[in-house]
Design a protein around this ligand. Structure first.
Ligand SMILES: Nc1ncnc2c1ncn2[C@@H]1O[C@H](COP(=O)(O)OP(=O)(O)OP(=O)(O)O)[C@@H](O)[C@H]1O
Length: 499
């Protein structure tokens, strides 16, 4: 897989960037050759996205050099970057929500034919170019962004957390296509927190810590521990690999949440499940099997067309998310852009649901708010250097805010939709520990994840949904990736199951 000695397609050295008092990059360097996939790794807030934005002209650096094909380059704008062959796919979709897919293509001069070819190659077969972007799920938008980037025939493709919002079947397709692109001569910079993917398709990894490049390693067996050591510093990394103790949640007669034959009319056909007090119930499904609709219905974001929801034995119906919140049910959605007030502070964002929840019972004392927000920030180790506005936080830190919000409000039922999306290895471990701790204190957690390995790390058991129905229930002990994948493809033994 390794490329010959040659002039790198892209060679960036000593790049620096600050935002006011925040130093995002101090001394970042990176080079990539034709035909190479280089993983850019680093903990949340290390500066990866800032680096990619500088390389693709979306941000201006304070210092450093960038050479493209050996020549000094000043990439002044995204359009200039594209002309030089550098094409990014950023963490958040960059399609205009109110326009159709076709209109978005026309805006950036991409022909429909190669785009549609790549959309199909990437695993989406039924895309309608007339569909409005805002009606499409996040996973589809990320695939469209990637297909658009590949269709423009880049020399360097920069992928920021490309697979983070994708279910496992689409991840497989993306990895295959990305590796093929490299084998055909494209140079690829691949930002990810997922070691398995990096081991599968990358040749090298460049590691950033606190805004500086601290290592460049070939991807060989056993490199993972060294990479974590470089990312986090030797002392912290040891804790990341500790196995968790499995605890069994008590199964009470009246579950915290009882769902029977729930359907929304679109994708979610007929789901029944019980979520007990102190239980972490995983949800596993391939793309578009009804999991988005299930979480929407349980959080009051979507009306159910059929079936029932009971909370602590009483039947409920949700007309608005506030109805669910008032009953102690909080959602961490997959798309954090929808969950956060981007121009508000971290503190305000964390305090928002408390006001929504307690408003009915009277005013909230500000002292109470401060007392709850502080520990939640600390518990999630949120990087508060850029606390003025949430939009200024790194992607991983934004995700932590969406979780911290519910910790602060002491919610009884937590609906987590892919909570570790874009989260670094240390924080992932913190999330699993946190989920276990909340469960041991009686919180019930419904946990959808696109990373199948997380089921054993965090859950007591998992329901597998296929074609809008529960097709299997698998205990944590049995929930190997192979078993989960088999069931998620509808290859389990049970046809329809009540969890
Ligand atoms: N526009 C901005 N204003 C102020 N600070 C910013 C801005 N953009 C980024 N930062 C800060 O720069 C640092 C690096 O952020 P960056 O998004 O590059 O990290 P990252 O490595 O991509 O993290 P993650 O894995 O969480 O996405 C963080 O402390 C972040 O809060």
């Amino acid at each position: 897989m390794t490329a010959d000695v040659q002039t790198p397609v892209l060679d960036a050295a000593s790049v620096s960037k600050h935002f006011g008092a925040v130093i995002a990059l101090r001394d970042a360097s990176l080079r990539v050759n034709r035909g190479e996939v280089v993983a850019l790794m680093g903990a949340n807030g290390a500066g990866k996205s800032t680096f990619v934005k500088i390389l693709t002209g979306a941000l201006k650096p304070d210092g450093g050099h960038v050479r493209i094909h050996g020549r000094e380059a000043h990439v002044g704008s995204p359009a200039e970057a594209r002309r030089s062959g550098l094409v990014p796919v950023y963490q958040e979709p960059s399609l205009i929500p109110d326009l159709t897919v076709g209109d978005n293509l026309r805006l950036c001069n991409i022909s429909a034919e190669p785009f549609q070819h790549w959309v199909r190659e990437l695993g989406i077969i039924d895309l309608d170019l007339g569909e409005t972007i805002k009606n499409l799920p996040l996973a589809t938008l990320r695939i469209l962004d990637l297909a658009r980037a590949i269709a423009s025939k880049p020399d360097v493709l920069l992928l920021d957390e490309m697979t983070a919002a994708l279910p496992s079947n689409l991840v497989e397709r993306v990895l295959k296509v990305v590796r093929q692109q490299a084998d055909n001569g494209c140079a690829i910079i691949y930002i990810s927190h997922r070691f398995a993917e990096i081991a599968g398709i990358c040749d090298r990894t460049t590691i950033l810590r606190d805004g500086a490049t601290v290592g460049d390693l070939a991807i060989v067996p056993g490199v993972e521990e060294r990479a974590v050591e470089l990312m986090l510093g030797a002392a912290i990394s040891a804790a990341v690999f500790e196995a968790r103790e499995t605890r069994k949640a008590a199964e009470d007669k009246i579950p915290r949440l009882r769902v029977r034959n729930l359907g929304t009319g679109a994708r979610l056909e007929d789901v029944s499940l019980d979520l007990h007090k102190g239980e972490v119930l995983g949800v596993v499904a391939l793309e578009g099997q009804g999991q988005d609709e299930l979480f929407d219905a349980l959080s009051g974001n979507r009306r159910a067309a059929k079936g029932t929801i009971e909370v602590d034995g009483s039947q409920v119906s949700f007309h608005h998310p506030a109805d669910a919140i008032a009953l102690g049910i909080g959602l961490v959605p997959g798309d954090r852009a929808h969950a956060l007030a981007m121009s508000r502070s971290v503190r305000e964002n964390i305090a928002i649901p408390q006001f929504a929840r307690f408003r009915k019972w009277g005013p909230v004392a500000m002292g109470d708010e401060t007392r709850r927000v502080g520990p939640a920030v600390e518990r999630m180790q949120i990087d508060m250097r850029a606390q003025g506005e949430v939009r200024r936080l790194s992607g991983g830190n934004q995700q932590k805010v969406t979780i911290a919000r519910w910790i602060a409000s002491g919610i009884e039922t937590l609906l987590l939709f892919d909570p570790s999306r874009g989260i670094d290895v240390r924080t992932k471990r913190q999330i699993y520990d946190l989920v276990r701790e909340l469960a041991s204190q009686g919180t019930s957690v419904l946990y959808y994840t696109s990373e199948l390995g997380e089921i054993q790390a965090a859950c007591d058991r998992a329901v597998v949904i296929f074609n809008g129905r529960v097709v299997d229930i698998i205990s944590a002990a049995e929930a190997t990736e192979a078993n989960l994948l088999r069931a998620a493809h509808g290859l389990g033994e049970k046809a329809a199951v009540h969890a």
